[in-house]
Design a protein around this ligand. Structure first.
Ligand SMILES: [Zn+2]
Length: 440
């Protein structure tokens, strides 16, 4: 059941503007391609401009040259809670434009969909969060806690944007986050983690016609990879299927001999070195440190057959898996919002990859839930698209969930600050926010 305040809040979702905003933001090419002067800056400026128009406290912050974050806040009336809507402004490469039916950044609408690189992942989700904030501001409803939007750079790479947000203290105090990634508006409670490990084996380079004069690192590398395949099978047998995430995996994504930086491969040369990169996808029951330890032992065993062999192992990155309880207030707020908007039970799910939410959860312990418009299988594809219906639904879902999580403060007409309910107090709310200054 919607309260009168909630009905009023939802009436401030402007569908025409919502769809136009998704088109506008999708048309801004924000592939990170610094050699062409491309990056997130223009998209971030667009988000910043919308936030300033709404009178939000808005911060535009350069993380690395050409790669800014935008963080905006609508202050609440004093409660401790802070709800963060998180999205990224970067998009992956469009690849060969000739493979696209329409120009990749045209954002054309056809058959109830917006087509374009980044429309799905995740300009639409970001705009829906912005529209939810706009509805809160325009409705004049005062929420008890703070409502925050973070439009971050470099999610598709090293996640520099969210790491900066955390390192600079801007995520301190955030009590829950909704990650607006494309999940068909499913409520995703778990995310697989990832660990990238580089393993190298060093032998002795030799003439291919006289192999006994050297030590080939390729056979021990093959033994190591076979052992890792066995380890994967053991992990699957031990941990099985995790709810919403399925089974863990260990995938060799790179195998090279000679190793990177150790010269060119040649038909008649026994390489002096070999390297592999292993991509571990981790479910919440697994322990990345224990896996790294086992991997090191298997690597050492593979080279133990000859004292002239040596090995090195480097953990390149660990992004742990995450899992959020259904009882978390942010999950409950989204779920009840979904039910009251649609009359149906929400679909719960999981995310096979990592998101910026992984960093928020890992470094700050913030409960995260991933939920946003867009077909789950479409990100990074040619002819990427997002459904208009899902966009309209997500904007309402976000606005309602924000009101329920942060709670609506009953409007008291004290000191002439705000008009009574029913009158549109948006201008005074805007004026008040703007008078607090432009920086968070
Ligand atoms: Zn994304």
């Amino acid at each position: 059941m919607l309260t009168p305040d909630e009905t009023r809040l939802l009436s401030f979702i402007d569908d025409d503007q919502l769809i136009r905003w998704v088109q506008e933001l999708t048309r801004i090419n924000s592939v990170w391609r610094p050699e062409l002067g491309l990056g997130e800056e223009q998209a971030a400026r667009w988000v910043e401009a919308r936030c300033r128009e709404l009178g939000l406290e808005t911060r535009f912050e350069v993380v690395v040259p050409g790669r800014p974050n935008v963080v905006a806040v609508q202050r609440g009336t004093g409660a401790e809670k802070v709800l963060l809507f998180e999205g990224h402004t970067d998009v992956v490469t469009e690849g060969d434009p000739a493979l696209w039916r329409d120009p990749p950044f045209s954002a054309v609408i056809r058959d109830g969909r917006i087509y374009g690189r980044g429309a799905n992942d995740m300009k639409a989700g970001l705009v829906c969060a912005l529209a939810a904030l706009a509805a809160v501001v325009r409705s004049g409803l005062r929420l008890s806690g703070d409502l925050m939007l973070a439009a971050l750079c470099d999610e598709e790479g090293s996640m520099l944007g969210v790491k900066h947000l955390v390192d600079s203290g801007q995520a301190d105090g955030v009590s829950a986050a909704i990650i607006c990634e494309p999940e068909e508006n499913h409520i995703c409670l778990a995310q697989k983690g990832v660990m990238w490990v580089r393993a190298a084996i060093h032998g002795v380079m030799a003439h291919g016609a006289m192999p006994l004069t050297g030590v080939n690192p390729v056979q021990p590398m093959a033994r190591f990879l076979a052992a890792m395949h066995d380890l994967e099978a053991q992990e699957i047998a031990r941990f099985g299927q995790y709810e919403f995430l399925g089974q863990p995996s260990i995938t060799p994504t790179i195998v090279l001999a000679p190793a990177r930086g150790a010269g060119e491969p040649q038909n008649n040369v026994t390489p002096g070195s070999a390297e592999t990169v292993l991509d571990f996808r981790i479910t919440p029951d697994q322990d990345p440190a224990a896996l790294a330890f086992q991997t090191r032992q298997l690597l050492n065993a593979a080279v133990a057959v000859d004292p002239r062999l040596s090995a090195e192992l480097e953990v390149l990155e660990i992004r742990p898996p995450t899992s959020t309880d259904r009882a978390e207030p942010v999950v409950a707020a989204l779920a009840s919002a979904f039910t009251d908007l649609t009359g149906a039970e929400p679909t719960y799910g999981g995310v096979p990859g990592t998101t910026d939410g992984t960093i928020l959860h890992e470094r700050k312990g913030i409960p995260i839930v991933t939920c946003g418009p867009g077909d789950i299988h479409i990100p990074h594809h040619v002819d990427e698209w997002v459904s208009l219906d899902e966009i309209r639904q997500a904007a309402r879902l976000y606005a309602l969930a924000a009101a329920r999580y942060l709670e609506v403060t009953p409007v008291a007409p004290a000191r002439g600050q705000l008009a009574s309910q029913g009158v549109t107090p948006a201008p005074s709310a805007r004026g008040q926010s703007a008078s607090q200054g432009d920086n968070v």
